[in-house]
Design a protein around this ligand. Structure first.
Ligand SMILES: CC(C)(COP(=O)(O)OP(=O)(O)OC[C@H]1O[C@@H](n2cnc3c(N)ncnc32)[C@H](O)[C@@H]1OP(=O)(O)O)[C@@H](O)C(=O)NCCC(=O)NCCS
Length: 174
């Protein structure tokens, strides 16, 4: 559990499924987050149980005042492109990804959550934190800039027949 001024970042619980589903059934979030929309709620529930519940690398972003889940932040193993970069092969790091429900966007929550998770990762000894964004995703780019991440590289990513340009940023633990 990580506490910030306004947020508690904690593991997902069973009762969080409706809120988690609200995040990951939002077409605009999926467009910029990556992956595809779930076929139906049952498929999403299977995914939630298999990958979100009890996953210590995924945090529910919750409002401290009422425990409301407003998004998710991951500090996952480096993504497939990042982890094979020669300069990172012998380094320990994580890839961050985040999503916040539209009604709560623009209030600094993603930046507050990501900063706290980045600090946590650096404190436990990670050597770098990476995050990427699909070119054109101004809000994710802005969050990464506010976190002090700098350009590291770019590549394309194809999923479900759609190819996107991905910018990868990095911040070293100095
Ligand atoms: C990216 C996302 C998590 C940001 O969440 P958030 O809580 O709104 O983020 P913050 O409020 O901390 O910061 C957003 C910043 O983006 C800026 N911003 C918003 N839209 C923008 C745009 N189109 N172009 C440039 N900057 C933009 C805001 O002004 C703000 O910067 P500021 O504080 O300097 O004014 C949220 O938009 C989201 O869930 N998007 C869909 C999923 C996604 O794209 N995730 C990122 C992939 S890793």
């Amino acid at each position: 559990m990580i506490e910030t001024e306004r947020l508690i970042l904690r593991p997902f619980r069973e009762a969080d499924f409706p809120a988690w589903y609200a995040v990951f059934s939002d077409p605009e979030i999926i467009r910029t987050y990556g992956g595809g929309l779930y076929k139906d709620k049952a498929e999403a529930r299977d995914k939630f149980c298999a990958h979100a519940l009890g996953n210590e690398k995924k945090y529910a972003i919750t409002l401290k005042e009422n425990d409301r889940v407003i998004g998710e932040i991951n500090a996952a193993d480096p993504n497939p492109w990042v982890k094979v970069q020669p300069s990172l092969l012998d380094k320990r790091g994580v890839s961050l990804s985040f999503a916040v429900l539209p009604a709560f966007q623009g209030k600094g929550y993603a930046t507050e959550a990501a900063k706290a998770v980045m600090d946590f990762c650096f404190a436990r000894g990670d050597e770098y934190v990476n995050a990427g964004f699909f070119r054109g995703n101004g809000s994710s780019e802005a969050v990464q800039k506010k976190l002090g991440l700098a350009f590291f590289g770019e590549h394309t990513y194809t999923r479900g027949g759609v190819t996107v340009d991905v910018v990868e940023n990095i911040r070293w633990n100095t």
